[in-house]
Design a protein around this ligand. Structure first.
Ligand code: LLP
Length: 443
């Protein structure tokens, strides 16, 4: 158990009588109805996490914008929008999804370093809450589209606070050398140059330091820097109405190993309480902390193969289905759906102490050595055809899946009030070639 014991009930995936259940449904019957590989989501878990964040931050009443890059399925977005969540989007495609899912435009914030002109136009026409701007050239582009359309928008400048979130280098976003935002020192001249545009109203600051951020301190540092900047901007006549502190709250990948919403709130709320009383509006952009623990990847062991003292479990899901282990060396707990000998895991962690476990590499079917889901794990003995669950896979699982090796994308399934709903049908081989043409289209 890690240092955060209040994480005991982070999701509604649990073993009952030796069989893994999602809420009231067992994953064997889900597999027989929906096939494998599939992403299985628990709606109750996602809603619980949204509620935990809302309750932890209630004193500063933030606009919570689910970061839909983490899981952009329409039904998941709809579930969260219906529960009152806003959305953080980073492309015209995500904006389209957020609106299609029924999210009010007034609860949508839009970030991203490379917005195209059509995307900017789409955002302005939709009337979103806040457009986060990441460079001088982007501001000029937004201002000119706004002028052409005669539509204004509240904008936030994304600043780079130069804070180390101590996470994987690929997902460190708020250090000086990263491509995001503008240096915090340059913010003042940015406001001096653009702060009086009548349509493109520069009235917010945005930061996102990285993800997952496994400690709370980097938020305190980042927010303090942003508040100092707010004060010096105010002294120059620029009133900051919005502070968007981004996402990056951790998920519970290993039982009790990372802070939860209340831990982050404990350092963030005291810094912002007074400002909010004076009218500042805070935005949060949580992605994985809402949806990671709400999803498992359900896969079937196709073959087993012995090599020296090591056993490979070759599954029907691989890096094409869940890229995180291979791309970030991310840890996802894996365990059979019906473990041999009733060996239910006492917790989800890198080291499990139970007798009679076997050393296994859980790998996918693709033609790459980097195609793995879990390396060097101790697992209960598995046989061909067994089902395996890869936990905490709801975030950046399906949304980063690819059709590499021409394997169709998996199905996504939502367990909602003990009913099973297919929220994305499994792709077919025809889907793979739908946009291709044998002859090529002459242009
Ligand atoms: N806001 C902004 C501006 C972001 O760039 C991100 C994530 C979020 C919010 C949401 O972060 P979250 O709360 O989900 O940690 N593919 C990687 C993660 C990349 C995150 C990119 N930005 C992974 O699988 O871990």
């Amino acid at each position: 158990m890690g240092q955060y014991p209040h994480h005991l009930h982070m999701d509604h995936f649990e073993y009952r009588s030796g069989l893994l259940h999602c809420e009231g449904l067992d994953l064997e019957s889900i597999a027989s109805r929906c096939g494998t590989p599939s992403y299985i989501y628990s709606s109750r878990t996602a809603l619980d996490h949204l509620k935990r964040i809302r309750e932890a931050f209630v004193e500063i009443d933030p606009l919570i914008c689910f970061s839909i890059k983490s899981c952009s399925n329409l039904a998941i977005c709809r579930l969260l929008a219906t529960a009152g969540s806003g959305m953080d989007v980073v492309s015209g495609g995500e904006l389209f999804r957020a609106l299609a899912a029924g999210c009010e435009a007034a609860k949508i914030v839009y970030a991203g370093v490379g917005k195209t002109e059509p995307e900017i136009e789409q955002a302005l026409r939709a009337g979103i809450a806040l457009l986060n701007i990441e460079s001088e050239e982007e501001f000029v582009a937004v201002a000119s589209v706004a002028k052409r359309l005669g539509i204004g928008c509240a904008c936030a400048l994304r600043v780079n606070p130069d804070v180390d979130p101590h996470t994987h280098r690929y997902t460190t976003t708020g250090k000086r050398e990263s491509k995001f935002g503008v240096d915090i020192e340059r913010a003042k001249s940015f406001f001096a140059r653009f702060g009086k545009d009548p349509l493109c109203r520069l009235e917010g600051l945005h930061l996102h330091i990285g993800s997952p951020v496994g400690t709370t301190e980097p938020y305190a540092i980042g927010v303090r820097k942003a508040l100092e900047l707010c004060d010096s901007l105010a002294a120059e006549g620029h009133l900051i109405k919005w502070l968007d502190i981004g996402g990056g709250f951790a998920a519970d990948y290993e039982t009790g190993n990372s802070p939860c919403a209340a831990d982050y709130a404990a350092v963030i709320v005291p810094l912002l309480r007074e400002r909010v009383r004076q009218g500042l509006r805070v935005v949060l952009e949580p992605g994985r902390s809402i949806i990671a623990n709400a999803g498992v990847l359900l896969t079937r062991v196709l073959y087993r193969k012995q090599s020296g003292d090591k056993c490979f479990a070759i599954c029907d899901a691989g890096m094409n289905t869940l890229l995180r282990p291979s791309h970030y060396e991310a840890f996802h707990f894996a365990w059979p759906v019906r473990p041999a000998g009733g060996m239910v895991p006492p917790m989800r962690s890198k080291t499990i102490n139970l007798p009679n476990l076997e050393r296994v590499d859980v790998v996918g079917p693709l033609c790459e050595t980097g195609d793995f889901l879990a390396l060097d794990r101790r697992l209960p003995p598995m046989k061909q055809g067994d089902l395996l669950a890869i936990f905490a896979a709801g975030a950046y699982g399906m949304s980063m899946a690819s059709r590499y090796n021409s394997v169709p994308l998996p199905a996504e399934v939502l367990v909602h009030e003990n009913e099973l709903r297919i929220i994305r049908t499994r792709e077919t081989n025809e889907d793979l070639v739908r946009h291709e043409s044998l002859e090529g289209l002459l242009v």
